[in-house]
Design a protein around this ligand. Structure first.
Ligand SMILES: Nc1ncnc2c1ncn2[C@@H]1O[C@H](COP(=O)(O)OP(=O)(O)OP(=O)(O)O)[C@@H](O)[C@H]1O
Length: 280
């Protein structure tokens, strides 16, 4: 399958008052068209930095980022992004907030088509009837749904989600996970999700990449078996428990709280299709 996102041997450091801070150290990640990769790793290891490099908001010191066969060297309008705290413009209605990217990317759609597309997406995420509300009139979960519509409205090649559900309560979060599956079925996208929630990662993604401690490298890759449509019950199966155990262990390794080579009986066998890469 074609690689839609190809991150090749990316190294990046920030200049700080205390000198250079190496953040990414030879990172390789590729995502096929329509793929959904979740990136997990210790706090501060460089996950958000990775999203900025994919979106072209920053250039890596070394290595290359490719999107759809083109090297990323500047901000790309073909990327949609949603963050933990969606910034919505209070003086615009929800509908007009969702339409905003179409104004910024100078869409070829007519005004009426733009509005129809925004209304279609809002209905898809369950916000029909809220189009004329202001952002402050919506709950956090509803704002996050609107933010997802705004990220998708211009049909981006890539959707980048940086902890979009992190600030929501558990029930709302699980509701949104299911919405994500419903949206993807109707509006296929290629996605990179940054998350601290391992359950979220295996529920949403088809591959989970564990990054090492900063400066981050790819420490482990878990392929989530495709068992057809997922519902929340999938998270309570023995297979899910096994995957979560593996990921939890890998995070502990990344944090330096567990040895890289566990005793054979400490960690269950990876499920079929999973691959370990360069354990630290
Ligand atoms: N513009 C910047 N200038 C200097 N240092 C930065 C800058 N942006 C991020 N950093 C530092 O780089 C490191 C990686 O930051 P980044 O936000 O990418 O990590 P993260 O994995 O997303 O963190 P978290 O899991 O806590 O959200 C952190 O130590 C952070 O303080």
């Amino acid at each position: 399958m074609d690689k839609l996102i190809d991150i090749k041997n990316v190294r990046h450091a920030y200049q700080t008052q205390d000198g250079r801070l190496p953040v990414l150290d030879g990172l390789d990640i590729s995502v096929p068209e329509g793929g959904f990769v979740a990136v997990v790793g210790p706090s501060g290891c460089g996950k958000s930095t990775l999203t900025k490099l994919i979106a072209g908001l920053m250039k890596p010191d070394e290595g290359e980022v490719w999107l759809h066969g083109k090297r990323v060297t500047s901000p790309r309008s073909t990327v949609g992004m949603a963050f933990q705290n969606p910034v919505m413009l209070e003086w615009r209605t929800i509908l007009k907030n969702v339409m905003l990217p179409l104004e910024i990317v100078a869409s070829k759609m007519s005004r009426r088509e733009q509005e129809e597309r925004a209304r279609y997406l809002l209905a898809l995420v369950g916000l029909e009837g809220f189009e004329d509300k202001r952002p402050s009139e919506l709950s956090g979960g509803m704002r996050q749904r609107a933010s997802l519509c705004r990220a998708l409205v211009h049909q981006p090649d890539v959707l980048i989600l940086d902890e979009p559900f992190g600030a929501l309560d558990a029930f709302t979060r699980e509701d949104l996970w299911q919405t994500m599956h419903q949206v993807k079925a109707k509006e296929p996208f290629t996605c990179v999700l940054i998350t601290h929630d391992l359950r979220e990662s295996i529920f949403l993604a088809d591959q989970v990449v564990v990054l090492s401690q900063r400066p981050a490298r790819t420490q482990y890759v878990l392929d989530v078996p495709d068992t057809g449509p997922r519902d929340l019950d999938h998270l309570y199966t023995p297979e899910a428990a096994e995957m979560l155990n593996i990921l939890r262990h890998q995070i502990e390794v990344a944090q330096g709280r567990a040895p890289a080579q566990p005793e054979a009986d400490e960690v269950p066998e990876p499920p079929p299709g999973s691959t370990a890469q360069g354990m630290v």
